[in-house]
Design a protein around this ligand. Structure first.
Ligand SMILES: Nc1ncnc2c1ncn2[C@@H]1O[C@H](COP(=O)(O)OP(=O)(O)OP(=O)(O)O)[C@@H](O)[C@H]1O
Ligand SMILES: [Mg+2]
Length: 321
């Protein structure tokens, strides 16, 4: 069972334009669709679509239209009642595949609601293989929310606690890395650079920079890291080694949610006991499949690219700090 938390859920509105986005102009959209968004919801959708067990823990207001979108997904839900309504995230895609995102801040979570959410996640984690903490934190909770939640889950379930994956950015991810030593993080290139206080714009070589940064964190501060690099594929870092996988050439429809599908693909492979290179290959295949689909539509095994994903091992020395 894979349990996900979406602390700051969103209704994702994907709009497709007939021409390039022109700021300041009135433009016509070709089409639009709305999905229940939030990274944890996305991961649970992809895992469920592959026939593996998943549950999504989500704070939702009973009268929020988002709840209907969420129920439409068909995924198993643990809804935590809250007063605020889910935000909207807007994605605008032009005919060339260029994507512009506008993410709204989300409703504030009160201290009592945050406590109920923690209790809900701790309860849902019983017997789970993985707990996925994904996406931004809602206004009102401290930046240590994920780190504190990891402590609470491990304290409650001890040796039976699930492995914990974190797909977050900024201070929330920094706080996790500082104290909680998660089992997996899934930063993209920019998020990894920010995590170690560096500017990715100054990188000469993206792979070298990512390897150096991730190796400063794995396995001391995090057991493993899946670093996704968009069209350049992804890297996997564990205590045992470093692997690089190339992304297949695809026709991009929308890269939004590609990272969430990458993480889901990785976890699906892990549930099957796959090796590190196979876990990386599956994550890249799922990321690529998501990028070929419009909006944040969840890829199914039938959407995966044909042909194998090329994975090679990096001869990197293992850091111990
Ligand atoms: N243009 C592309 N061509 C082929 N594969 C892609 C492309 N963009 C993304 N992917 C696949 O999706 C994976 C994840 O993409 P990316 O690194 O952009 O994630 P992300 O920045 O975390 O995205 P998000 O947080 O929006 O879900 C990549 O590792 C790759 O496998
Ligand atoms: Mg991401």
């Amino acid at each position: 069972m894979i349990v996900t938390l979406t602390a700051n859920p969103s209704a994702d509105r994907a709009v497709v334009l007939s021409e390039a986005l022109q700021p300041g102009e009135v433009q016509r959209a070709l089409s639009s669709r709305e999905d229940a968004g939030g990274k944890g919801v996305n991961v649970a959708r992809v895992v469920s679509a592959a026939g593996a067990p998943a549950r999504a823990v989500v704070p939702v207001n009973a009268h929020d239209p988002y709840r209907m979108l969420l129920e439409d997904t068909g995924i198993a839900l643990d809804v935590i009642e809250v007063a605020g309504r889910a935000r909207a995230n807007l994605t605008i895609t032009d005919p060339g595949g260029e994507t512009t995102k506008v993410n709204l801040p989300g409703a504030e979570l009160s201290a009592v609601e945050a406590e109920a959410l923690v209790a809900g996640v701790v309860a849902a984690s019983q017997g789970a293989t993985w707990l996925v903490l994904a996406g931004s934190l809602p206004p009102g909770v401290p930046v240590t929310f994920y780190a504190d939640l990891i402590d609470a889950v491990r304290e409650r379930w001890g040796a039976a606690a699930p492995l914990i994956a974190v797909d977050a950015s900024g201070p929330a991810l920094s706080a996790v890395i500082a104290t909680a030593r998660p089992d997996l993080i899934k930063p993209n290139h920019e998020e990894l650079a920010e995590l170690v206080g560096e500017d990715p714009a100054a990188d000469d070589d993206v792979h070298d920079a990512a390897v150096r940064r991730a190796r400063s964190l794995v396995p001391g501060r995090v057991a493993s890291a899946l670093v996704t690099l968009g069209a350049d594929g992804a890297l996997l870092f564990t205590a045992e080694g470093t692997w690089r996988g190339r992304a297949p050439r695809i026709q991009v429809a929308s890269t939004v949610g590609a990272g969430d599908s990458s993480l889901a693909g990785y976890l699906l492979a892990d549930l099957e006991g796959a090796s590190a290179p196979d876990r990386l290959a599956r994550s890249i295949a799922y990321g690529a499949a998501a990028a070929t689909l419009p909006g944040t539509q969840a890829p199914t095994p039938g959407d995966l690219p044909a042909g194998p994903i090329a994975v090679t091992e990096f001869p990197t020395p293992i850091a111990t700090s």
